[in-house]
Design a protein around this ligand. Structure first.
Ligand SMILES: *[C@@H]1O[C@H](CO)[C@@H](O)[C@H](O)[C@H]1NC(C)=O
Ligand SMILES: *[C@@H]1O[C@H](CO)[C@@H](O)[C@H](O)[C@H]1NC(C)=O
Ligand SMILES: *[C@@H]1O[C@H](CO)[C@@H](O)[C@H](O)[C@H]1NC(C)=O
Ligand SMILES: *[C@@H]1O[C@H](CO)[C@@H](O)[C@H](O)[C@H]1NC(C)=O
Ligand SMILES: *[C@@H]1O[C@H](CO)[C@@H](O)[C@H](O)[C@H]1NC(C)=O
Length: 337
């Protein structure tokens, strides 16, 4: 089995990121979690049911687990939304939407919430994708209104290795993102592991703390109010302490990822699921739903890791080689307020 190189990324929950000093390949051989009592990927399955057009999909396996989730693909899978069984807008919200706060070592105890997927292109280039899962996305406020709240959130960073040396990193941000030269990225106190700041609520990934302006695609507000992401030194989350590892490859000319686990106990089939990891955008009859120029308060859940373009070739961004994909030589500090 291919072994992973020596550098890992750290993401931070809610805010802040750090790295835990780890210079070894640590492949966690996590036993399958108790799906019902934990708050991780499996908990998302235990607390949701597959729906299309707000109706439960008939003929789906029950229970759905990380081992059989991809059976949904044959049931019009790309139109399926894993939809919360309980109301997601009750006060207080269901506990499972709150995820797990990392402990003092940075571990999300009892919750596997990171999936590390490795594409070894066989020519010295290896991409390690760190997929961060969050049970809920709080979209943040613009002019006092919330937008883009949704169930389930997948964000990722990717480290590009060349002959074992990390060269560049991609940080996903709201369907887009930024690439940096690895040497430019702030490191944890061990000087080795890169830091990822996960924005409060939206979980967009940044290399620095502070306030980050970004635009919302499709929301063209006429009064010049920018939506911002906020990151700071919040919780330390070391995602590799509780992660599932898999390799990914692509048959020549194929765009379909082929996932494989590195051992016999890590669930891997779920990575093939092509549907959405949260409720479909609530329709206008849903209490509290509103939109401003097509930007909704409650939006749809995201697609999973398989949709993140895991075959990037020369470029480090998801569009691979087909669009300008600039690797920045410096990081920009967030604005401090
Ligand atoms: C995220 O932002 C919300 C709204 O401003 C705030 O209530 C909450 O405390 C923030 N969370 C963290 C972890 O800073
Ligand atoms: C799949 O779902 C879409 C969206 O609801 C629907 O329009 C389509 O008819 C479905 N296809 C099949 C074969 O059920
Ligand atoms: C992949 O496909 C291309 C185009 O069909 C072909 O030219 C190339 O030789 C193939 N490469 C391998 C390794 O099979
Ligand atoms: C709106 O959503 C509800 C579920 O939240 C569903 O029962 C209803 O059929 C939907 N209405 C339309 C017009 O799609
Ligand atoms: C390695 O292989 C990938 C996939 O075929 C290709 O896109 C990339 O350009 C290659 N990189 C190098 C350095 O040859």
């Amino acid at each position: 089995m291919a072994s992973l190189s020596a550098y890992f990324v750290i993401a931070i929950l809610a805010t802040q990121a750090y790295c835990v000093p780890t210079s070894r390949n640590e492949r966690r051989e996590a036993a399958l979690p108790d799906f019902v009592n934990t708050y991780d990927l499996g908990a998302q399955l235990a607390n949701t049911q597959p729906q299309i057009n707000y109706k439960v999909v008939e003929g789906a396996l029950s229970p759905l687990t990380l081992d059989n989730l991809d059976s949904l693909n044959a049931l019009n899978g790309s139109n399926i939304y894993l939809t919360s069984i309980e109301s997601t807008t009750s006060n207080p919200q269901p506990q499972w939407l709150k995820g797990v706060v990392p402990d003092s070592t940075g571990k999300t105890n009892g919750a596997v919430s990171c999936s590390i997927v490795v594409n070894d292109y066989g020519n010295g280039t290896v991409d390690a994708f760190y997929m961060y899962f969050y049970a809920y996305n709080w979209g943040g406020k613009v002019i006092g209104l919330n937008f883009d709240d949704h169930i389930g959130d997948w964000e990722h960073t990717m480290t590009r290795f060349s002959n074992g040396t990390p060269e560049a990193m991609w940080y996903s941000q709201h369907g887009a993102g930024e690439s940096f030269e690895f040497s430019a990225i702030p490191k944890y106190e061990d000087g080795v592991r890169p830091i990822v700041y996960s924005a409060n609520g939206s979980h967009a990934n940044y290399a620095t703390s502070g306030t980050h302006d970004h635009t919302i695609p499709g929301l063209d507000l006429p009064f010049g109010v920018a939506l911002v992401d906020y990151t700071d030194d919040g919780y330390l989350w070391d995602p590799i302490l509780s992660a599932y590892y898999a390799s990914v490859s692509f048959a020549n000319g194929s765009s379909t990822p082929v996932f494989a686990a590195y051992d016999s106990t890590t669930p891997v089939n779920w990575l093939n699921f092509v549907g959405k990891w949260g409720d479909e955008q609530y329709n206008s009859s849903y209490p509290g739903q509103y939109d401003v120029f097509g930007q909704y308060r409650y939006s749809s859940g995201p697609t999973g890791p398989e949709a993140k373009n895991l075959n990037r070739g020369e470029g480090t961004c998801p569009s691979g080689d087909t669009a300008p994909c600039i690797v920045l030589p410096v990081v920009t500090p967030g604005e401090k307020v």
